[in-house]
Unconditional design. Structure first.
Length: 241
């Protein structure tokens, strides 16, 4: 007997709460995307939600999870932010420049070993949703969630469609916003935590935006996505592809 629908979430302190119900335009886009995921089949499905910083990836991933759970699927939610290398190792590599952040910040081996490989159709089903908490730096790699044979794993995060991860996804989603909106939203979100707007804008422009421009030049993630959504207007996203 298959398990009833529910959402299994990461233990990370970086996780955002589940959002309030969406308005009609947004709800329609979420429903269409959830239907596209359901069409992959009655098996384990791995979904990426990619886009620039502050494109709305985590919120959209949560909304998809709710829609799929309402259809009876067990949905596992994870973020690539919870699979970064620990700050205690940062003296070993560059992680603060845009180039260094893109090349070095994420533990791609752990993403495969702990998250994507166990969630594959013929994987073990014993999935770790958080490796290292990005805020507390607590190691959660021993915390495992069981993924049933028809469960859905939704993973949000920048660089999800990079060369090292692209083959793992059954469905890839790109949330499109322009670079300046990415910076503005990121500063609004992070200014209190990062010590003020001026410092936060510098951080976003010289680390995150620079890293994302490298990623976009090298991989053209939009061309790799099965679903492309213009998320400029949060209340009224537009399904492009």
């Amino acid at each position: 007997m298959l398990e009833r629908g529910r959402i299994e979430r990461s233990t990370s302190t970086w996780q955002q709460p589940l959002p309030a119900p969406a308005g009609p335009v947004r709800a329609a886009v979420i429903a269409q995307t959830a239907t596209r995921i359901a069409r992959v089949g009655d098996r384990r499905v791995r979904v990426a939600v990619d886009g620039m910083t502050a494109a709305g990836k985590t919120t959209f991933g949560h909304e998809l999870a709710v829609a799929l759970a309402d259809q009876g699927r067990v949905v596992l939610r994870a973020s690539l932010d919870d699979f970064k290398r620990p700050w205690s190792e940062s003296h070993l590599y560059d992680r603060t420049s845009g180039e260094g952040y893109y090349r070095n910040a994420f533990d791609l081996a752990a993403v495969h070993q702990l998250l994507l490989d166990p969630a594959a159709p013929h994987g073990s089903g014993e999935v770790t949703l958080c490796a290292i908490d990005p805020i507390t730096q607590i190691d959660h790699r021993e915390s495992v969630v069981h993924m049933p044979r028809n469960g859905v794993l939704i993973v949000d995060g920048v660089f999800a469609l990079r060369d090292e991860l692209i083959a793992a996804w059954d469905l890839a989603i790109w949330l499109a916003i322009d670079a300046e909106l990415s910076v503005r939203r990121g500063v609004d979100r992070d200014a209190d935590r990062e010590g003020g707007r001026e410092h936060t804008e510098t951080l976003h422009r010289t680390r995150y935006l620079d890293a994302e421009m490298i990623y976009i030049r090298e991989t053209d993630p939009v061309s790799r996505a099965h679903v492309v959504i213009d998320n400029t207007d949060i209340g009224a996203p537009a399904l492009i592809r």
